[in-house]
Write a protein that binds this ligand. Structure first.
Ligand SMILES: C[S@@+](CC[C@H](N)C(=O)[O-])C[C@H]1O[C@@H](n2cnc3c(N)ncnc32)[C@H](O)[C@@H]1O
Length: 229
């Protein structure tokens, strides 16, 4: 039994061409000694450029959400037990596969630099066992290739169901998956919702993605009776 966690439509992407010449991007590129188009878009440094994008760039350039969520997931007892598989699907249809033994940088700037290396080489580290790999893939392809037998999306637009009950439902399947949005605002696209058998709201409040990740894994651990001692 392995639970698959997919951070879906995540706000991770390379700097788009239309803002590659913006001073905020150029300054960042100089500091990192990289080409502007090889940088990961990052609200913390590129805000002035991001607001020039369509829709004022709402929800774009948030690698920190993926970072915190992955640290939470990879640090879980479920992952230590090798019963968790994590993927990051991005808003522009890239999929990052993360090895359960990956020890990610604890610092978000260093994580973002690692993503830049990943986008350049498609795999990190460049030698030895791969800890993260990148491919061009839609969420649908990922779901099909992983042969998932139940896909549940978590969203504030879903049907109300306490997470304990969602977890109980998941543990009846051999290869269930949970989709959590790797973005700060807005909702899953219709395509993502269509790919999910169920969409649940687990709390009346809107929670951060990493909080949802931590609680989902914990409730799933309890429902499968993961041994703690
Ligand atoms: C910061 S939220 C994204 C904002 C979006 N407006 C929302 O409320 O779903 C990040 C992700 O956490 C999950 N999430 C947050 N609050 C939730 C809730 N109350 N019920 C179910 N999922 C939730 C969803 O997967 C969401 O895409």
């Amino acid at each position: 039994l392995v639970l698959t966690l997919i951070l879906a439509e995540s706000s991770v992407e390379l700097v788009p061409n239309e803002i590659a010449h913006h001073p905020a991007i150029i300054a960042s590129a100089r500091r990192k000694q990289r080409e502007p188009s090889d940088l990961i878009l990052d609200q913390s440094y590129h805000h002035a450029a991001i607001i020039r994008l369509r829709n004022a760039g709402a929800g774009r350039g948030r690698p920190d959400i993926v970072h915190f969520s992955l640290l939470t997931a990879l640090g879980s007892p479920l992952n230590a037990q090798r019963e968790l598989q994590c993927f990051v699907h991005t808003r522009d249809d890239h999929v990052i596969t993360i090895d359960s033994r990956a020890r990610l940088p604890r610092n978000t700037d260093r994580f973002t630099s690692l993503l830049e290396k990943l986008y350049q080489d498609s795999v990190v580290p460049s030698t030895g066992a791969s800890l993260m790999s990148l491919s061009n893939q839609t969420l649908q392809t990922l779901i099909e290739r992983q042969r998932l037998d139940q896909v549940v999306a978590l969203s504030t637009q879903g049907i109300d169901k306490p997470l304990e009950q969602v977890a109980d439902e998941l543990q009846h399947f051999k290869k269930p998956a949970v989709l959590v949005g790797g973005f700060p605002d807005g909702h899953f696209s219709h395509e993502t919702v269509k790919l999910s058998e169920k969409t649940y709201r687990i709390d009346k409040r809107r929670l951060d993605a990493w909080t949802v990740v931590g609680r989902t894994i914990y409730d799933y651990e309890k429902s499968i009776g993961l041994k703690r001692f």
